[in-house]
Design a protein around this ligand. Structure first.
Ligand SMILES: [Cu+2]
Length: 89
């Protein structure tokens, strides 16, 4: 039973994740463009979209980003703050 559960966990972990980060301080399309140019160009990004107040990413297989890494890239774009995240499969 325990073995089956951990096997299930591992196979789910191998699937691509979509992570939505909430970002405070974005006011217009050029904020989104700036953030896009810093976050979406990071190595290991598969999909990456920036919309008003949100950054939605899918890392490549085997790649994980921490919120700190995303915050660091977002900070290069300007005075923006990552306030939280949601993971969906
Ligand atoms: Cu702006």
């Amino acid at each position: 039973m325990l073995l089956a559960l951990s096997a299930l966990f591992i196979s789910q972990a191998a699937l691509a994740e979509t992570i939505t980060y909430n970002v405070e301080g974005m006011h217009c399309g050029s904020c989104a463009k700036m953030i896009h140019s810093k976050v979406c160009t990071m190595d290991g990004m598969d999909k990456c979209e920036v919309t008003m107040g949100k950054v939605v990413i899918s890392p490549k297989a085997g790649i994980k980003f921490t919120q700190e890494q995303i915050q660091s890239a977002v900070s290069k774009a300007g005075d923006y703050k990552v306030t939280g995240s949601n993971i969906s499969k």
